[in-house]
Design a protein around this ligand. Structure first.
Ligand code: C5P
Length: 308
């Protein structure tokens, strides 16, 4: 094969319970991930230019959001491909092309998704045949959200979010995502969460999974799911980006069953009763101040998968 394309989903956090800051700079979490049908595509191709002095890993990004993605060696997809090659102890080459639809620095793990897709694509392109467990280990070293982008579906993450247990769910859930102008830095939002807690004199709780959330997912009860959504990073994201409060209020006013900031934001997620209600809701919130655009999506969907 001279090129492999992998499709990979965005995520929304159904619960993000943030515990104390650890010595390694991360927070202990209970992180209920849910993969939704908003996809990036990553193609890994054999390079045309076989000049041995050229960089072994090339990167290009296409799509309306392309200008916001770093195309340096720091790009998570490049780092993932390099980590995979390093694992084999041999030098491999690839040109990576990302077709970007997931918001950049939006709290939907777009960069992590691209890293997961690059692992799957290069594993295939280079004929390595590494099993998923090995890819999961490399993924966890690249970032806390990368293993989930490989797994997909709905899963609870513990530790810093990288230790995953898949969850049983029933039915399909329909979502609207309100994308904001500009991203929010994840470390900054975690830092603000710590600062707000300190200011309020509140100790960080030990994170625990919500039983009400698990029951709603098991039963496919969309109303109960809407009630059970929670995100401990939301106050911090709102403090850093006050306009998000308007966006969330507009969604609730227009009948969303649940409304929350996705991960570290600034994307806001709204749960709708049906696909039709999701489209209606999207039309009603798209002109709210601070909302750049809206997309509808459904979940759960599978993780990074080689495209047909
Ligand atoms: O793991 P990842 O590189 O995606 O994390 C980005 C940043 O988010 C970390 O450097 C850290 O500041 C913050 N983070 C955290 N606790 C976690 C996950 C991420 O504080 N469990």
């Amino acid at each position: 094969m001279s090129a492999i394309t992998v499709r990979v989903p965005a995520k929304v956090n159904l619960q993000l319970a943030v515990g104390p800051l650890r010595e390694d700079g991360y927070h202990d979490l209970v992180n209920v991930f849910h993969a939704v049908s908003l996809f990036d595509e990553v193609t890994a191709a054999e390079p045309f230019d076989v000049n041995p002095s050229a960089a072994p890993l090339g990167i290009r990004v296409e799509g309306d959001l392309a200008g916001e993605v770093p195309v340096s060696d720091d790009n998570l997809a490049v780092r993932a491909a390099r980590a995979l090659a390093d694992r084999t102890g041999r030098s491999y080459r690839a040109d990576l092309l990302i077709r970007k639809s997931i918001p950049v620095a939006g709290g939907m793990a777009g960069g992590s998704a691209d890293a997961a897709a690059a692992l799957v694509a290069c594993n295939e392109l280079w004929g390595l045949g590494l099993p998923r467990e090995d890819l999961m280990e490399i993924a966890a070293d690249i970032g806390s959200d990368v293993p989930f982008a490989l797994l997909g579906g709905t899963a609870v993450g513990t530790g810093r979010g990288e230790r995953l247990a898949p969850l049983e769910t029933a039915g399909v859930f329909h979502w609207v995502f309100a994308l904001a102008d500009g991203g929010l830095s994840t470390p900054r939002v975690y830092g603000e969460c710590d600062r707000l807690r300190e200011e309020a004199g509140v100790a960080a709780p030990t994170p625990a999974v919500s039983e009400a959330l698990l029951a709603a997912l098991r039963e496919g009860d969309v109303r109960a799911l809407g009630q059970a959504l929670s995100n401990d990073l939301q106050p911090a994201a709102l403090a850093l980006r006050p306009s998000l409060a308007n966006t969330l209020a507009a969604g609730r006013e227009h009948g969303a069953l649940g409304a929350l900031v996705s991960g570290s934001g600034p994307t806001c997620a709204f749960l709708a009763e049906s696909a039709e209600r999701a489209h209606e809701l999207a039309a009603l919130i798209k002109d709210v101040d601070g909302c750049r655009s809206v997309v509808t999506a459904s979940g759960p969907v599978p993780g990074a998968t080689v495209a047909g």
